[in-house]
Design a protein around this ligand. Structure first.
Ligand SMILES: Cc1cc2nc3c(=O)[nH]c(=O)nc-3n(C[C@H](O)[C@H](O)[C@H](O)COP(=O)(O)OP(=O)(O)OC[C@H]3O[C@@H](n4cnc5c(N)ncnc54)[C@H](O)[C@@H]3O)c2cc1C
Length: 415
């Protein structure tokens, strides 16, 4: 087995595995190091609801057989209102999706090493030349890519990722059967992906029901964990406690039974990305935080960042033959232009959304019902003009709260 590659990728999540597909497809020697054992893969990393849209499926050639259920609409719920947008989507079997990406990458020539927990970068004479994994195993390469999600061991070591605990969002989800998807008190969730803004069930975040066929659905919640976002939270109630509370009090779950044994758990960071590359190094996927305010499309973003990294590696290894920080910086440019344009505004929308009280969510749904489909898509893309249309003078208090949040963090002023 060779121990020298063009590109070393840490992590076989959607980002790492997609990047390997792209690079191997272009003829590069690429190795992916994944901490989980192959016979269990994906175990703990099987952490996503897998809701996505046609653009992701077609852009990355994802086959229908990893789709658990095709949906026809997205529903947004607040405590007393809802908004329905017709939009074809797909709830992926996340395990099958991850396995497909690995197999397809292998087919194209990528090498995978499972049971390989990446520890730190190997730096010689100031140059990054490889990666150390497990106890003392080493692998060498021209370019190293961290795609380990929030773990980010390489990016952290190289001072690239500055993932802040204050911006940490956690999530939990179960698969249920016996869910009443067309309850008279709520919107019809048959063939829908539903996101609910309601601090009773997800203080400082949102909860969801994604239909997965018949009377089954993925049901989960996620929220930002810091004090400011937890103003509406009940002391000592854990994320599991909130999900239980939702299940106990929402009539749609009266006859619901959990199907899968263990819950899906995961986390992400809601914060600006900062720098994403340095000499012969790039950070991709959830190692770099990026959030969509309305739909939360993590998968599409991380696949696009994988493609941007593959394009950059191709350019640096073949065209410019230069892997300096300046050349690798092309990746940062592509990320800001193509992966998550106008990230600052999208981030602001996301944070404002989670800070607003329940009554404001009801009004938001009423307003969304009056807007055109294009307007909503523009809002999700961070259009200032369209965002302003949704704001009221009374929102000044949340804007103020948001400003203080971004200036001072949450714990320093918990009055
Ligand atoms: C509960 C939940 C629900 C979600 N639902 C949706 C959704 O419906 N739609 C959507 O688009 N997005 C969703 N997301 C977000 C989406 O899942 C992520 O954005 C996406 O999985 C990120 O992919 P990634 O490859 O960057 O990282 P990850 O998926 O985190 O993959 C990282 C990989 O690296 C491996 N790894 C970690 N540490 C090491 C190490 N030291 N060495 C080697 N390997 C390592 C892990 O085992 C894993 O395989 C959800 C996230 C959560 C937590």
């Amino acid at each position: 087995m060779s121990n020298r590659y063009d590109v070393i990728i840490a992590g076989a999540g959607p980002a790492g595995a997609q990047c390997a597909r792209d690079l191997a497809g272009r003829g590069y020697d690429v190795v992916v190091l994944e901490t989980e054992a192959e016979d269990e893969f994906p175990a703990q990393s099987n952490k996503s609801t897998g809701g996505t849209f046609a653009s992701m499926m077609t852009s990355f050639g994802i086959p229908d057989d990893v789709v658990m259920h095709a949906t026809g609409s997205v529903v947004l719920e607040s405590p007393n209102e809802h908004f329905i947008q017709d939009q074809p989507g797909f709830v992926l079997d996340f395990e099958a999706f991850k396995k497909f990406l690995v197999e397809d990458g292998r087919h194209k020539g990528a090498e995978y090493r499972f049971d390989a927990r990446v520890r730190d970068p190997i730096v010689e004479d100031g140059d990054l030349v490889g990666v150390r994994y497990n106890r003392d195993q080493e692998v060498f390469g021209e370019i190293v890519i961290d795609a380990t999600g929030p773990a980010a061991p390489l990016a952290k070591d190289l001072g690239i990722a500055n993932l802040d605990r204050e911006n940490h969002a956690i999530g939990i989800e179960y698969l249920f059967e016996g869910v009443d998807l067309n309850h008279p008190e709520f919107a019809d969730l048959t063939d829908a992906m539903m996101l609910r803004l309601d601090h009773e069930y997800a203080p400082g975040g949102y909860s969801w029901i994604f239909h997965t066929g018949d009377d089954t659905a993925k049901v989960g919640i996620c929220y930002i964990q810091n004090e400011r976002y937890q103003e509406n939270a009940i002391h000592d109630r854990t994320v599991d406690g909130y999900l239980e509370h939702w299940l106990d009090t929402d009539p749609r779950f009266e006859n619901a039974r959990q199907i899968a044994e263990s819950p899906v758990r995961g986390s992400a960071h809601v914060q600006p990305p900062g720098s994403m590359s340095t000499d012969s190094f790039m950070a991709i996927g959830d190692t770099v935080p990026s959030v969509d305010p309305v739909w939360g499309e993590g998968i599409y973003k991380c696949m696009k960042s994988a493609r941007a990294a593959a394009m950059t590696a191709d350019r640096c290894l073949t065209r410019t033959k230069n892997i300096s920080a300046e050349e690798m910086g092309v990746y940062d440019d592509l990320w800001n232009e193509q992966v998550a344009p106008r990230q600052d505004r999208r981030l602001m929308m996301t944070r404002l959304l989670y800070l607003a009280p329940n009554e404001r969510y009801d009004r938001l749904m009423q307003d969304l019902n009056k807007l055109s489909r294009d307007t909503l898509s523009d809002i999700n893309d961070g259009s200032k003009r369209e965002i302003v249309k949704l704001l009221y003078p009374s929102d000044i208090s949340y804007l103020w709260k948001y400003w203080r949040e971004t200036q001072f963090g949450s714990v320093s002023y918990s009055s």
